[in-house]
Unconditional design. Structure first.
Length: 357
């Protein structure tokens, strides 16, 4: 899935516990770009020699945390997910069309808004603190991230925009973009990749309106945290949010991979959701992990100004879905300028069947 969602699980559990997962066309289901590895050798050039980093029209003073390289900086702004007919663009457009078509607001307009042009430069507060990631968490290490300085970095995940978008008043959105993790380059790992984040918040009325005699049900209580709920959530609310989340994601993956898709859910841990799950699908006879998700930590939602709502979030990697769906064997191919690669994905519509040759 190529995201900090996955890194959180790796940091919580040992690699031994994960290593038993099956391989998918040579890709273990736990192989993700956000795993903790040393910096890629061909991206380990020295930092720019001036005292500032110039990026996207802004200057960032360097300090002892600055470790972004010229080669990484050269990738910023490429935005492969917005490049028409690129395989990552196709996946993004398929997901976007699905949400636009199947989830409508009261006026018949799309319920989910899409943000695919947000700057990849974020603050450390946005990338970690807003998501309740502890100060000493392994995911913050310089060895795993690209820092412009102590305060700014290239986002490690699209979750870095969750707080701001909720704070702006949004209840349902998709955020898409390029993300950056220092990683060893091989056929399934690259230090720049692309993610999609989804968030949906519910008011008490929205969540319980379709429930018979649901007028007396509440979102919140003063209870205890268990494996199945947060201390502030009622069990009724969590069950409905979890059901909606799994239903939405099952429909999405079925739409992408075809009817009759087998799905299973694996309990896991993320700092920003509880309960948390990873979704696995059985595609062409093999199980593979495709995304992480869960009920949003209420502390995060409250701090963003939506204290009267409860919600879910998910994160998925565009490269992972594209590699599976189009049978692309090497993640480095997404950066190819070779027309023999790119022309294969040009078609009359975004749902055209494509198999990499």
């Amino acid at each position: 899935m190529a995201m900090l969602w996955k890194f959180m699980r790796v940091a919580k559990y040992s690699k031994t516990a994960l290593s038993s997962k099956v391989r998918v066309r040579g890709i273990p289901t736990h192989s993700r770009h956000s795993s903790s590895k040393s910096a890629p050798s061909d991206f380990a050039a020295s930092a720019p020699c001036s005292n500032t980093v110039e990026l996207l029209g802004k200057s960032y003073p360097q300090d002892d945390y600055s470790n972004v390289t010229e080669k990484i900086l050269s990738k910023v702004g490429k935005n492969l997910h917005n490049r028409k007919h690129h395989p990552l663009w196709l996946i993004k457009e398929q997901v976007k069309e699905h949400f636009y078509k199947h989830y409508l607001g009261r006026r018949g307009t799309p319920l989910f808004s899409v943000y695919d042009g947000l700057s990849p430069v974020v603050t450390v507060q946005q990338n970690f603190d807003s998501l309740l990631i502890p100060q000493n968490h392994a995911s913050r290490r310089k060895e795993d991230n690209y820092y412009l300085n102590r305060d700014h970095m290239l986002r490690a995940h699209t979750s870095a925009h969750q707080w701001d978008l909720i704070h702006s008043g949004l209840d349902a959105f998709l955020a898409v973009g390029d993300v950056y993790r220092r990683d060893t380059i091989d056929n399934t790992h690259y230090p720049v990749f692309h993610q999609m984040e989804g968030v949906r918040l519910f008011s008490c009325h929205e969540l319980f309106s379709s429930i018979k005699d649901g007028e007396g049900l509440q979102l919140f209580e003063q209870g205890h945290r268990t494996a199945h709920k947060q201390e502030c959530h009622t069990m009724e609310a969590v069950r409905l949010v979890e059901f909606n989340l799994k239903q939405v994601l099952t429909k999405l993956m079925t739409h992408i991979f075809g009817d009759g898709l087998q799905v299973r859910w694996v309990d896991c841990y993320f700092p920003f959701t509880h309960p948390s799950f990873e979704m696995e699908i059985n595609f062409q006879g093999e199980w593979m992990e495709v995304l992480g998700c869960g009920v949003m930590e209420q502390q995060l939602v409250n701090s963003a100004g939506a204290q009267d709502k409860i919600g879910w979030a998910f994160g998925l990697g565009l490269e992972r879905l594209a590699m599976i769906l189009y049978d692309i064997p090497d993640i480095r191919l997404f950066w190819s300028e070779d027309e023999r690669f790119l022309k294969q994905f040009i078609g009359p519509h975004i749902w055209q069947k494509v198999k990499f040759q």
